[in-house]
Design a protein around this ligand. Structure first.
Ligand SMILES: [Zn+2]
Length: 174
């Protein structure tokens, strides 16, 4: 199920976002997404400095979340025919992709607002992963701070593309 339509460059940017802890996946998606992304990198022979670890994909500082209401048969190895039934129901979309908007607050931690971006059926898991990676590769929506190079939702950076944290430090906070 490796039909990624991303360019190598997009995949690299998305991979970097994953390693930085941009994403939190639930137990139903964790292993499968990790294997999927690693095999895509391998298949394209893309070199990387830091390897993606399972822990990276359950980041508490994430700004993208993907979860599934049910276990997903990623590699078609599950021979329980009952697991096919959700696929026949096109209206049942257990996979949910959510994005966080960070609203900066004076003197307080920014407020998080989560928005549902898309939902997918269990059979569309490959499209769901693709959508996740396309999202992470979007440097307009998730630019990197010009000081620490960490990527954030756009709302967390000021007009000079400096994140709230770096701004605070530059202003002499402690
Ligand atoms: Zn920064």
């Amino acid at each position: 199920m490796n039909a990624l339509e991303l360019t190598d460059k997009q995949l690299c940017i998305a991979y970097e976002g994953l390693v930085q802890g941009a994403v939190c996946l639930d137990e139903h998606l964790l292993q499968g997404v990790w294997v999927y992304v690693e095999s895509a990198m391998l298949a394209r022979n893309i070199a990387r400095e830091t390897y993606l670890r399972i822990e990276h994909l359950q980041s508490p500082q994430c700004y993208v979340r993907m979860s599934s209401l049910m276990p997903i048969d990623f590699f078609g190895t599950n021979d329980n025919p009952k697991n096919d039934s959700p696929c026949r129901d096109a209206n049942f979309k257990p996979i949910v992709l959510k994005v966080c908007e960070l609203i900066p607050h004076e003197d307080a931690y920014p407020e998080q607002r989560w928005h549902i971006q898309r939902v997918f059926t269990a059979c569309e898991v490959a499209s769901a992963i693709e959508a996740l990676l396309v999202l992470l590769a979007d440097t307009q929506q998730f630019p990197s701070c010009s000081v620490c190079e960490q990527r954030y939702p756009r709302s967390f950076l000021d007009s000079d593309r400096i994140c709230e944290d770096c701004c605070y430090e530059l202003l002499g906070g402690e």
